[in-house]
Ligand binder design. Structure first.
Ligand code: ARG
Length: 479
């Protein structure tokens, strides 16, 4: 409940006709959604203006009534934006608060606004307008993060790092290739969100309470006014469907799952055990007791916030699972999970996009916030026998069957472990004791650069391919 919301039975509720007793004071507070749904005031006013225009178009309202409604609603928008509007719990929600004020301001014309409409189709319309707008903002932030990852990929196309499976050093890759793997995940998220938007952008208005209305409404007119792709095809479904909230929430859950994975990697990489990257001070905090600490708070928080978005998804699924058609008050419970999901997604994307980007410092120099420590990553790749597969592939090219090659290299690695040396640090004679198929040219494939350069096919980690892939990713992003 917001602080500007006041309680009391002094305000006239618009539905008291059949009631003889006032609402219980706690029930009033318990049932009110105005504390959180006032966030949709703009959409509510926009929807009402479109509805009034349509009613005038079909002759239900006079032009004078329409104009006075529009003027009144615009005045209310101003009052809300200036913080002058008196929200009332007795008036339950954003819709009745605005309607009641409208009648106060313009009299009888205000009472006509709700003709051919119900709060059921009104709220469903408002939520869709709200979410559509937020999706557009989120798409922008997502693209900004992708752009920063692609830039990073291009800068680090030839930066060697160890690639992992089972979190054990597997094969050398490039840091740029890793950044582009993240980008692929986000690209799918962007595509899924664009698809989700199509189902958000369908107009429930005109469904009225559940069965439609007896007035000669023009739903195509309102849909056009509000930028919806089309009016919904079924009035019962129109007022009761919250699939679009669930779909957005499940989209958000997948996105946060991705951001959480990125976060987990950044957290590992910044630890002194890995030391693969440095995150700039602006995105970290210290410890109040341990002076040496620099904690990766931002990725940790993003990883943590994933939990609440998963929680909201489960809330929404559960809110909907037992509801008979059509509208039920249960649906009022859709807003807080949705709003918090939107806020969380926007916050996480914004901070991640900033963190993965670069900005000019006070000397005007470009400084990136996540800086790869090239030497450390290279050293980690070298230490982990990451070119063992390359040696096996070399033997295969000399005619050794792959399984035998695997065995030979395993023995060479065992020697490396015993003598604390990488394969490239052994002499030719030492290597030849495992197989006489090994020749002088073996050292070309045992280098890290040779290893990554050899994976030179579409989707591979060769620097040349990474540069190509980054260019293609940028094209997709702006195309
Ligand atoms: N505040 C309500 C909600 O969020 C608006 C719709 C109320 N409709 C009703 N029949 N009580 O769902």
């Amino acid at each position: 409940m917001s602080e500007s919301t006041h309680s009391g039975n002094t305000v006239e509720k618009p539905w008291t006709g059949r009631f003889s007793e006032p609402t219980d004071a706690f029930v009033e507070a318990f049932g009110a959604s105005v504390g959180f749904d006032q966030r949709m005031y703009r959409q509510d006013i926009t929807g009402s203006i479109a509805h009034a225009r349509m009613l005038a178009e079909v002759g239900v309202l006079s032009e004078a009534e329409r104009d006075s409604i529009i003027q009144g609603l615009e005045q209310i928008r101003g009052e809300i934006e200036r913080g002058e509007f008196q929200w009332s719990i007795a008036l339950e929600d954003v819709h009745m608060n605005i309607e009641s004020r409208l009648t106060q301001l313009i009299g009888d014309a205000g009472k006509k606004l709700h003709t051919g409409r119900s709060r059921n189709d009104q709220v469903a319309t408002d939520v869709r307008l709200y979410l559509r707008e937020e999706i557009d903002l989120i798409q922008g932030e997502l693209a900004r993060l992708q752009g920063n990852l692609i830039d990073q990929a291009e800068r680090e196309a030839a930066t060697i790092m160890p690639g992992f499976t089972h979190l054990q050093t597997a094969q050398p890759i490039t840091f740029g290739h890793h950044m582009l793997a993240w980008n692929e995940m986000l690209q799918r998220d962007a595509e899924r969100l664009a698809d989700c938007r199509k189902r958000v952008n369908i107009m429930p208005l005109g469904s009225a309470a559940l069965a439609g209305t007896t007035y000669p409404i023009d739903r195509d007119f309102t849909a056009r006014e509000l930028g919806f792709d089309m009016p919904g095809r079924n009035s019962l479904d129109g007022v009761s469907d919250r699939d679009f909230v669930i779909e957005f929430n499940s989209w958000a859950a997948i996105l946060l799952m991705h951001l959480s994975r990125f976060s987990e990697e950044l957290i590992l990489w910044t630890s002194s055990q890995f030391s693969f990257v440095e995150i700039s001070d602006a995105f970290c905090t210290g410890s109040s007791i341990m002076p040496q600490k620099k904690n990766p708070d931002v990725p940790e928080l993003v990883r943590g916030k994933t939990g609440r978005v998963y929680g909201h998804l489960l809330s929404m699924l559960t809110i909907m699972k037992g509801q008979p058609l059509a509208y039920n008050k249960d649906n009022q419970e859709d807003k807080e999970p949705l709003f918090d999901t939107v806020d969380t997604v926007k916050g996480c994307l914004r901070v991640f996009a900033d963190m993965m980007g670069c900005s000019h410092d006070n000397k005007g120099e470009l400084r990136c916030h996540v800086v790869p420590r090239r030497e450390m990553m290279r050293e980690a790749a070298r230490r982990g026998f990451s070119t063992a597969t390359d040696l096996a592939d070399y033997l295969v090219r000399q005619g050794v069957p792959f399984r035998d090659a695997h065995e030979i290299v395993g023995k060479a690695v065992a020697l490396g472990v015993r003598s604390e040396r990488d394969l490239a640090e052994m002499s030719l004679e030492e290597l030849q004791q495992f197989s006489d198929a090994i020749g002088e040219d073996v050292f070309e494939v045992l280098t890290l650069e040779g290893s990554v350069a050899a994976r030179n096919h579409p989707g591979g980690t060769a620097p040349e391919r990474v540069r190509e892939a980054a260019a293609a990713a940028r094209q997709r992003l702006h195309g």
